[in-house]
Design a protein around this ligand. Structure first.
Ligand code: NAD
Length: 355
């Protein structure tokens, strides 16, 4: 029997409850498709600080590398917000991404037909939206040196090298080849030198993909165009900070941050996580939406384990649950037949995925 090791990082806030539902669904589909998943838990973020004093303990950074993939919940919370930056939960996640060298963050944004009314935008604008944000994840201004803050002056540095741009651009073009063959590269080349190198390098990489149409857009315009006419986009390729902001903006096209998955991939490792945070405001109440995490588990099956049929099962089951009118609280105002708890929606999806 095919057998895979999955490292689970539940994290803080709603992290444990959403991971529990993803595991429920993974167990259902692995049984149906005849493979086995073995889970191992690792600590990161606030939970790791409480247990070890370190947001990214060595056992986690080394342990997860032995797994076939990492499924991650979310980290962070007020309790740890006053710690110095290098001791905070978010630093743990940045360290994990860097350690695994997961340089490409893939964020698909699909608008479910059943939830077109859940968006703040008009249905005519968002119906049929299907785009993928490809964000560079381990470079740019979040990691650039020098950086500092002496209380009077503070600075960060946006740095990209050509090889870093080439490898992320290739991911975007490869994905576009499997989709609608359009890449829109987003930068700020009218102002930033680093963006000019980005643009020139993406142009060079594009020559290897003559079937793909490349366009460029300044990030301020892209922020506007995502709201004005999101259907114009197929693959959006961008750097770390622009991608962070644009992908959160894009997430609202779908109506809830609780719906959208992500995959962070590198040459060797893959980290699969919902795009939202640990939602401390609703943690422990059983009302969080686990769909983003369940959909991240589907991406994990597809990209890391090559278990396409199992991934399809999950994605079909999510659509079916929404189609049948099952909604968690965040979506309860939109054609809900039944408002479900976190655990109930997980069981419904697991059940549909088994059929
Ligand atoms: P958040 O994404 O946690 O929450 C924003 C809002 O969306 C909240 O009202 C929350 O209740 C809601 N929400 C989020 N996920 C939901 C879900 N699955 N179902 C229903 N509602 C959901 O962002 P925030 O409030 O800015 O941050 C909270 C904490 O999470 C902070 O400590 C932050 O640093 C951390 N954070 C972690 C990650 C991560 O782990 N990758 C990402 C972003 C923020």
């Amino acid at each position: 029997m095919r057998s895979y090791k999955i490292a689970l990082i539940k994290g803080d806030g709603i992290g444990p409850e959403i991971i529990e539902e993803a595991v429920k669904v993974l167990d259902a589909v692995s049984f149906c498709e005849g493979f086995e998943l073995k889970y191992e838990d690792y600590l990161l973020g606030g939970a790791a600080i409480d247990a070890t004093g370190d947001p990214a303990p060595k056992e986690t950074l080394e342990g997860v590398k032995k797994a076939d993939a990492v499924l991650f919940g979310a980290i962070g919370g007020e309790k740890w917000d006053s710690l110095p930056r290098d001791k905070r939960p978010e630093t743990g996640l940045l360290k994990l991404r860097k350690e695994l060298q997961v340089f490409a963050n893939l964020r698909p944004v699909t608008v479910y037909d059943e939830l077109v009314n859940a968006s703040t935008l008009k249905p005519s604008v968002i119906e049929g939206v299907d785009l993928m944000v490809v964000r560079e994840l381990i470079g740019g201004i979040y990691f650039g040196e020098p950086r500092g803050n002496d209380g009077e002056k503070a600075f960060n540095t946006m740095v990209y090298t050509k090889p870093e741009i080439v490898r992320i651009a290739k991911v975007a073009f490869e994905i576009a080849m499997k989709r609608n063959k359009r890449v829109c590269s987003v930068d700020k080349a009218n102002v930033l030198d680093v963006s000019q190198l980005w643009r020139d390098t993406v142009e060079e990489v594009a020559k290897e993909y003559p079937e793909v149409t490349l366009s460029h857009m300044y990030v301020d315009n892209a922020a506007m165009q995502l709201i004005r006419d999101p259907k114009q986009f197929d693959v959006i390729l961008t750097g770390n900070i622009f991608g962070d902001i644009l992908s959160d903006e894009a997430s609202m096209l779908s109506g809830s941050i609780g719906l959208l998955p992500s995959a962070s991939i590198g040459e060797k490792y893959g980290l699969y996580e919902p795009i939202h945070g640990s939602a401390p405001d609703i943690a422990g109440q059983g009302i969080s939406n686990p769909i983003a995490t369940i959909a991240s588990a589907a991406m994990m099956l597809r990209f890391a384990l090559n278990e396409e049929a199992a991934a399809d099962r999950i994605e079909r089951a999510i659509k079916q649950a929404l189609h049948e009118g099952y909604r968690t609280q965040d979506l309860s105002a939109y054609d809900a037949k039944e408002v479900c708890s976190t655990s109930e929606i997980g069981s419904i999806i697991a059940n549909y995925a088994s059929k």
